[in-house]
Design a protein around this ligand. Sequence first.
Ligand code: SF4
Length: 316
Amino acid sequence: MKAFSYERAKDPISAAQAVAGRTGAKFIAGGTNLLDLMKLEIEAPTHLVDVQDLGFDKIEVTGDGGLRIGALVTNTDLAADARVRRDYQVLTRAIVAGASGQLRNKASTAGNLLQRTRCPYFYDTNMACNKRSPGSGCAAIVGYSRQLGIIGVSGSCIATFPGDMPVAMRLLDAVVETIDSRGQQRSIPIADFHRLWGDTPHVETTLRPDELIIAVTLPPPLGGKHFYEKVRDRASYAFALVSVAAVIQSDGSGRVAFGGVAPKPWRVEAAESLLPHGAEAVTSRAFQGATPTKDNSFKLTLATRALASVIEQSKG
Ligand code: SF4
């Protein structure tokens, strides 16, 4: 691990100023992803600004009947919250499908949104990787790509966003709230939060360098039956090959988002109107223009079958 300096921030604006004023500075909260990357020297921040004392650890009801989740609420506390379990079950299901109990105890809501890809070539510093080292190439495109993306990817990077919780948040139309070093606040719809890779796969979100996430807001509950179906190589502590987050209403209408397939939680609203016509109709539209590799074209079939399973369960 490379040497770095460290401070504990006392308020959000000074935290943002500390990061803005120093090249190579980064925020840290739970550190469940960042510390691993630092040990491997994939990330080498020169200065860490610890935001764990800022008090963003509450879940509150909003004026319109939604929920405002503080950026530092742990994954465990969010999944266990009685209001989330009752009204946003898809979120609880997605969170408990991810990581391990120990990691969920430490991982924060904001950090979960910011976790980096698990492309194996990104983790191997002997391999070319445009995301780790811009302009160096992409070993995965000519390598083994079973776990990697099938849609929204580019000629520079075919990695996926690895998270589960953000797939449910995309389904729920969450909004990410931030504050910057001048004290300006911003609300970013989650649909606009994660970027497609394009030519700059090292730029993963639309956050500006001095922006700190302070909360995530959920609109009022959707009702309906909630599902998070995650297909992976082992039963726990593994990233999704494909995941399906869905809310299905009694008349068969609903919403659906996919994980494990793209640089961001993948939701195509135009495909959702096809839910009453079955899984194949939905995935044909949602994955229109997909560019799978020979190693991961099975994900198209897997996504259809996972959604078919959800639709079948919704009838029970
Ligand atoms: Fe790096 Fe992306 Fe290529 Fe993986 S797919 S090696 S993360 S550039």
